[in-house]
Design a protein around this ligand. Structure first.
Ligand code: ZN
Ligand code: ZN
Length: 346
């Protein structure tokens, strides 16, 4: 076995280099990586490793946190996994000891060691990686490693939908029809939400949203979204409003889209300050929720995919072999409008 890793060596520079085989701890598995999805956060580091001078990224670093592969070897303490098992890797490994870990909210662990971000100790874009067995989830025979890699962004959508209390009979509005918006749509649908409205500025993304089950799509650059949503809901507004675009403009629209007593869930990372009409919320008694990644959802997502309730693979649009990882990042950066999810295949 020889290892090879795709390194980010500078802004918009990805280089494939030979690398050491990783050393496996007794509670870890050695995994031959098969699929890695490229996330918005990977593209953010690829465009500018310092993220506008805010981060001190120690180049070269390795990107990729949406991954699945095949177990090659298991550590001495590992039970329940064997060589040949196909696994999806949950990228955030928490400390297991703090109050958030012990309460089950391990996504909020201050010491979480997440792939492809500080402290830059772990990432997916190598031929071989090691991973704690406890965060390596065996895939059933009818779930592919492509679907396994897509469990990560799907878990974001599922966490948003479960924080929102998504359920039967509700109407949801999802702002942004990129990967996370579509994953939120799939999550809402699988959890019984009856009607979903998707908004975006790009028609091709809205076509994908419609093909994945959106009941109404609105190009918010061409139409008045608030008016369309009020028409669609008989003047009531939506039970649930998800902001997934990370945009101050769409965030500011949310109080006008939500129903009295409804919920607004902020999923996208909004970097700018936003002018927000809290007064409109008060009179509607609206809950505003934030979400950070996800927790305890890999087994849920894998079972739902296996049962056929979530056609997650439909979100993957562009595929590149590992040898062309540089090209994959170039497309993810320069064709954001059409390349909803770029996937690297080994
Ligand atoms: Zn991701
Ligand atoms: Zn912890």
């Amino acid at each position: 076995m020889k290892n090879q890793t795709a390194y980010l060596t500078g802004a918009q520079k990805i280089e494939l280099r030979d690398s050491e085989m990783p050393r496996m701890a007794p509670d870890e598995v050695l995994v031959e990586v098969k699929h890695v999805g490229i996330c918005g956060s990977d593209v953010m580091f690829y465009e500018d490793p310092s993220v506008g001078g805010r981060l001190d990224t120690p180049l070269p670093v390795v990107l990729g946190h949406e991954s699945a592969g095949v177990v090659v070897e298991v550590g001495a303490q590992v039970t329940g996994l064997a060589p040949g098992d196909r696994v999806a890797l949950e990228p955030g490994v928490p400390c297991g000891k703090c109050r958030w870990c012990l309460s089950g909210k391990y996504n909020l662990c201050p010491q979480v060691n997440f792939m492809a971000c500080a402290p830059w100790e772990r990432a997916a874009l190598s031929r071989y990686i090691t991973h704690p067995a406890a965060f390596s989830f065996k895939l059933p025979d009818n779930v592919s490693t492509l679907e396994g890699a897509l469990v990560e962004p799907l878990a974001v959508g599922l966490h948003a939908a479960s924080r929102a209390g998504a359920g039967l009979g509700q109407t949801a509005v999802i702002l942004g029809s990129g990967c996370i918006g579509l994953m939120t749509l799939l999550a809402c649908r699988s959890m019984g939400v009856s009607r979903v409205v998707m908004a975006d500025l790009f028609d091709n993304r809205l076509e994908t949203a419609a093909s994945l089950g959106a009941d109404l799509t609105v190009n918010s650059g061409k139409e008045d979204l608030t008016q369309r949503v009020l028409e669609f809901t008989g003047g009531l507004g939506a039970d649930l409003v998800f902001e997934t675009a990370g945009s101050p403009v769409t965030t500011a629209l949310t109080p006008g889209l939500v129903m009295r007593g409804g919920r607004i869930v902020l999923v996208g990372n909004i970097h700018e300050k936003v002018s927000f009409d809290f007064f409109a919320l008060n009179s509607k008694e609206v809950d505003v929720l934030s979400v950070f990644r996800y927790r305890n959802l890999y087994p849920v997502a894998i079972q739902a995919i296996a049962a056929g309730s979530i056609p997650v693979a439909k979100v993957a649009t562009n595929f590149f072999p590992f040898e062309e990882a540089a090209k994959a990042f170039d497309v993810a950066k320069n064709q954001k409008q059409t390349a909803l999810k770029v996937v690297v295949e080994f």
